[in-house]
Design a protein around this ligand. Sequence first.
Ligand code: FAD
Ligand code: ZN
Length: 229
Amino acid sequence: PGKKVLIVYAHQEPKSFNGSLLKIAVEELTKQGCSVTVSDLYAMQFEPRATRNDIVGHLHNSEAFNYGVETWEAYKRGGLSKDLVEEQKKVQEADLLIFQFPLFWFSMPAILKGWMDRVLVQGFAYDLSKAYDGGLLQDKLSLFSFTTGGSQEMYSNKGIGGDIRYVLWPMQHGIMHFCGVKVLEPHICYAPENVSEEKRKEMLTAWTQRLKTLWKEEPIDCSPEWYFK
Ligand code: FAD
Ligand code: ZN
């Protein structure tokens, strides 16, 4: 109770399976006494492109534009665009970040990738030698909750897609761990489009059940071995 959760949600359709997973998380966590904020990226028409528009006012170097340098400098002088500042404030306040999305091309939808690209600015999320365990977003947890088109067998070690952990490496380790955020076990609902209504209901119940004991979970040991052993 009292914990703050930010759910970054990337699906266009509230009636989708992802929409149902989001609704469950909001209801269950609110019931526990958590305060829950949702960034509904499509509804917000969130800008995924990393451009000059993210910097308000003058550029550090107007001769040759460097997005990383410019956003870092803008962050330091309070010159990032309003939508980024708002998202950073939500991240700063959160104890737990949940990312809810359908798997797109072995990755996250572009709108969510754009959120990562634009919100996790140098100076805010990491800094010169402040990365991985030293990242700036310490004492926070993250959880990737997503759905797939492919079945669990396809994403097993011997399956055509390879171990699902290969897909998790860039997101969990390359982004969250890099920023100092601890990582909880992912929550994966395989192929909701291709299973029975009964199986879908089971998957939704499993998510509710998991959320009930979420705060007792230990983060994973987010090292290369977890992914590639
Ligand atoms: P939906 O189609 O919204 O939901 C499935 C079913 O569940 C629907 O019939 C819906 O009505 C029903 N449902 C919703 N709520 C409930 C409820 N409360 N109770 C019971 N039933 C309910 N897949 C991969 O595996 N790998 C990839 O690399 C990949 N790349 C993709 C790239 C793109 C561009 C696209 C568009 C898709 C890709 N996919 C991939 C497939 C994608 O991951 C799946 O289509 C997606 O995860 C399905 O989730 P959804 O929420 O959209 O499902
Ligand atoms: Zn890691």
